[in-house]
Write a protein that binds this ligand. Structure first.
Ligand code: ACM
Length: 274
């Protein structure tokens, strides 16, 4: 019997969507993805619509249902071509509810969505409160947990995914704080001994009454040793890639037999003990 596959290629794509120009944004993604054949590809948060919805009505109008909507259909086509998994941020509509979500597909099939738990700033005026759930999707032996942008600030999110067995955390983002997340993701990767792919966007948006926002780029792939495996610049589109070894992400022993998951003292972490 052949041994299970343990090495995979992963890619994070940095883009600059134009607010509301869904078809143009999808065409730009077509262009960026044309030569990318990775087992996992991660795209930014809200990658087909842009970020700064003026109100909930506008979010609902530009949102799509999964997997019928235009971004979902493109994801299915791209993943049918690569045979791998794609994770991409989008505004998800379900009836009259709207969520800041990520779509997950693999090899031409829809796997599901994750709905962002920690909404940032004015997002709370545009989206419904989500129940997540934080979950791990598996395709051909690679286990991918999903969180979105500001979830990074809550170490419990990455830890919950790692405890569910994630090898990789896919992290679609539209980051606006000054580089904090990109730094923190080295620690999220190290403390959980997983790979992380933060696919951020670049450019600016100014849609009153929302403040002008400058997105910080610097998309990053980090490894279980807390080191950056690939980094993008602050501006410009980019495709980052790296190799993932699941024998590394599934080993939680760091020194002298210290297994950092087995040695957790859940009963002493008062107030939070999954
Ligand atoms: C963010 O969560 N998009 C800042």
């Amino acid at each position: 019997m052949a041994s299970p596959r343990t090495v995979f290629t992963v890619a994070a794509v940095q883009t600059e969507p134009v607010f509301g120009a869904v078809e143009a944004n999808l065409a730009a993604l077509d262009h960026h993805l044309a030569d990318v054949g990775a087992d996992l590809i991660v795209l930014p948060e809200l990658c087909s619509t842009g970020y700064s919805f003026q109100d909930r009505a506008e979010a609902l109008e530009l949102a799509e249902t999964f997997p019928e909507g235009p971004l979902s259909q493109r994801l299915l086509a791209w993943s049918a071509r690569t045979g791998g998994m794609l994770v991409a941020g989008f505004a998800e509509r379900e009836g009259e509810q709207v969520y800041n979500a990520a779509a997950v597909v693999a090899a031409g099939e829809p796997l599901g969505t994750y709905r962002k738990l920690h909404l940032f700033g004015f997002e709370r005026e545009c989206y419904d409160r989500s129940e997540g759930p934080l979950r791990v999707f598996e395709h051909e032996g690679l286990r991918v947990g999903v969180m979105i942008c500001f979830d990074w600030m809550f170490p419990e999110a990455a830890r919950t995914l790692a405890l569910q067995g994630a090898d990789v955390i896919a992290h679609p983002s539209n980051l606006v704080l000054p580089g904090w997340c990109q730094q923190a993701m080295l620690v999220r990767a190290l403390e959980n001994r997983v790979y992380t792919l933060t696919a951020n966007r670049t450019g600016t948006e100014h849609r009153p009454p929302r403040p002008e926002l400058r997105f910080t780029g610097l998309s990053r792939i980090a490894g279980p040793d807390g080191k950056a495996l690939a980094d993008a610049a602050e501006q410009d589109a980019a495709v980052l890639s790296a190799s993932v070894d699941t024998t590394v992400s599934r080993c939680k022993t760091i020194a002298s037999g210290n297994d950092v998951f087995a040695e957790r003292r859940q009963h002493d972490y008062r107030g939070w003990a999954p």
